[in-house]
Write a protein that binds this ligand. Structure first.
Ligand SMILES: [Zn+2]
Length: 244
């Protein structure tokens, strides 16, 4: 699952196309059906921005292309005219480089951005107080681990970082928001911003709890557990020994 940090990395790679007039093709039939190429071809790319798990590409004329990678999508940037195998969803071509979107299940063209997302955890600086405010307006019985994945409240945190961040902050994913203090929310958000920023900068991360069911907790030695959480039943990982 591409998380916020990998989206930001893609946004960085795509910066080489910004400011250029781009040729746009949609070789994959499902992408072609949306008429994206017809509307964007030949326009200047004005900016590429990662917002949460979305990549927003702004073109002249006020058009914004939103790409959400879901589980499988991937952006590739390479020298223009490199040999191509297969059918990418989208090809953006400029003088020296081309960007290819593979398996990008969500492509949406609009005249506005996606502004229903919460503040981006990887913004510089992150707007922690707005995120805390958003979490505070949720129902007090909602579980902390579930709320952190809600992109309307905080954009960018996926299942892996949720697990790692809550372990770092010593908070159980099952804790109810009503029983979590502002301090604790800030600590979790701060941990998310720090860990994800490090990952964005290419520093390796060794998982402490994510996908480590039954292994000993690196902090207290208790066995790591897992369980489905939230409406989407995403798997939470936690240590029952030191995450209260
Ligand atoms: Zn532990």
């Amino acid at each position: 699952m591409p998380e916020g940090d990998s989206l930001h990395r893609a946004a960085r790679r795509l910066q080489v196309l910004v400011g250029e007039r781009v040729g746009v093709e949609t070789p994959h039939p499902r992408a072609a059906a949306q008429g994206v190429a017809e509307r964007l071809d030949g326009r200047k790319l004005l900016g590429v921005e990662a917002v949460g798990k979305n990549l927003l590409l702004s073109f002249e004329g006020g058009l914004v292309l939103r790409s959400h990678l879901r589980m499988t999508g991937r952006w590739q940037v390479r020298p223009a005219g490199s040999p191509r195998r297969g059918r990418p969803w989208l090809v953006l071509q400029c003088t020296n480089y081309e960007a290819l979107l593979w398996n990008g299940p969500v492509l949406e063209l609009s005249t506005r951005g996606t502004r229903r997302l919460g503040p981006d955890i990887l913004a510089e600086p992150p707007q922690f107080e707005r995120m805390v405010g958003n979490l505070r307006r949720e129902h007090r019985d909602r579980e902390l681990g579930d709320a952190l994945l809600d992109q309307r409240l905080v954009a960018g945190i996926g299942n892996k970082w949720k697990a790692e961040v809550l372990w770092q902050a010593r908070l159980s994913p099952w804790r109810r928001l009503g029983r979590t203090t502002d301090e604790e929310l800030r600590a979790a958000l701060q941990a998310a911003a720090t860990l994800m920023r490090r990952s964005l900068d290419g520093l390796p991360h060794r998982n402490d709890v994510y996908r480590r069911v039954g292994r000993p907790c690196p902090r207290c030695g208790e066995r790591i557990r897992s369980g489905g959480q939230g409406d989407a039943n995403r798997i939470a990982y936690w240590c029952p020994g030191c995450q209260v």
